[in-house]
Write a protein that binds this ligand. Structure first.
Ligand code: CA
Length: 267
C-alpha cells in the first residue's frame, strides 16, 4: 500500500537517492505536463483529491460535479483525458462516454466505478472507455494509468515506442505495456500498474533471478519506498490472479535468499 505515511517512512539507503529519484520523476512527468485532464465526479472529496494529484503531476485539471456541465464543456473544448464517474447527476457517466466517443476517438477515458454502479466491464469497454478503476482506488494507480494513456496516445499519434513499451510474448504470457494488459493463454488477467510492472520486469528476463531491490526499482519508477514484504505480497497477488485462470500456473518462482524469477517456456 502506498500511503503518505509510508512515503515518509523511507529507509536509510533509499533516502540518499531521494533527490536524484525525485528529479528523475519530475523529468518523467514533465513529458506530459500541461495536458488537460477533466475529472467528472459528484463526490467532492474524491473530485478534489484527484484534481490535487493531477495538478501535482503538472496537468491542467478541470473539475465537474455532474455529467451535463462536463458534456457542455467538452463540446466547447476537448480534454486529453477524462476521468469519469459512472453514477452522476443529470447525465450519467456511461452516456457522457457514449457522447464523447461520438465527438472523438482519441480522448482517453477512464471510468471510476463503485460497487453500487454494478459496472459491467465489457459494456464499459464496448462503449469506448479505455480503462476503469474501482473505488476505493489508489491515487498512484490512477496517476500511473493517466500517464500510460497519454503515452499510448503519443505512440498512436506516431511517436515511436521504446523497447520497454513493445508488446512481449513468452510462451503463454503476453504483455502489452501501452495497454497495461496481460493475458495468459489468451485470457485477460486484470493487473494493477504495480503488478504489471513487476511481472514485466521478471518476464523480460526469463530464467534470470531478480532481487527484491531490483524489482523495487522497476516497479516503483516514482521511487516510493517500499519494503521487501511489499514485493512479496505483490508476487503473491499476481500468482493468485494467474492461478484463478490456470490452476497449474507456476511461472513465478521464488528463489530462496535471492529473489524471484520468471521461468520461461524453455526452462
Ligand atoms: Ca457518483
Amino acid at each position: 500500500m502506498t500511503t503518505p505515511g509510508n512515503i515518509e517512512a523511507e529507509c536509510g539507503q533509499r533516502k540518499a537517492d531521494k533527490h536524484r529519484g525525485w528529479l528523475r520523476y519530475s523529468l518523467r512527468m514533465s513529458q506530459f505536463a500541461g495536458r488537460s485532464v477533466a475529472v467528472v465526479e459528484d463526490e467532492a472529496t474524491i473530485r478534489e483529491a484527484v484534481c490535487t494529484a493531477l495538478s501535482r503531476e503538472g496537468y491542467a485539471a478541470e473539475a465537474f460535479g455532474d455529467g451535463m456541465s462536463a458534456w457542455e464543456a467538452f463540446v466547447r473544448g476537448k480534454p486529453d483525458v477524462v476521468i469519469l464517474d459512472i453514477g452522476l447527476p443529470k447525465l450519467d457517466g456511461l452516456e457522457v462516454c457514449r457522447r464523447l466517443r461520438g465527438l472523438s476517438d482519441t480522448i482517453a477515458i477512464i471510468f471510476l466505478t463503485s460497487r453500487e454502479d454494478e459496472f459491467d466491464r465489457v459494456l464499459g469497454l464496448e462503449i469506448g472507455a479505455d480503462d476503469y478503476l474501482c473505488k476505493p482506488f489508489s491515487m498512484r494507480e490512477l496517476m500511473a494509468r493517466v500517464k500510460v494513456l497519454l503515452r499510448r496516445a503519443s505512440v498512436a499519434a506516431g511517436e515511436s515506442a521504446s523497447s520497454d513499451e513493445r508488446p512481449l510474448t513468452i510462451g503463454s504470457l503476453a504483455l502489452d505495456p501501452l495497454r497495461l494488459a496481460a493475458t495468459w493463454k489468451g485470457a485477460a488477467v486484470p493487473l494493477t500498474v504495480t503488478e504489471f510492472l513487476l511481472l514485466q520486469s521478471l518476464a523480460r528476463r526469463p530464467g534470470i533471478v531478480k532481487t527484491r531491490e531490483q524489482l523495487m526499482e522497476d516497479t516503483y519508477p516514482d521511487r516510493v519506498s517500499v519494503t521487501d514484504r511489499t514485493i512479496d505480497s505483490h508476487v503473491k497477488r499476481i500468482r493468485r490472479k494467474f492461478e484463478s485462470i490456470d490452476r497449474m500456473f507456476n511461472a513465478l518462482e521464488s528463489v530462496y535468499g535471492a529473489g524471484y524469477r520468471y521461468t520461461g517456456p524453455s526452462d
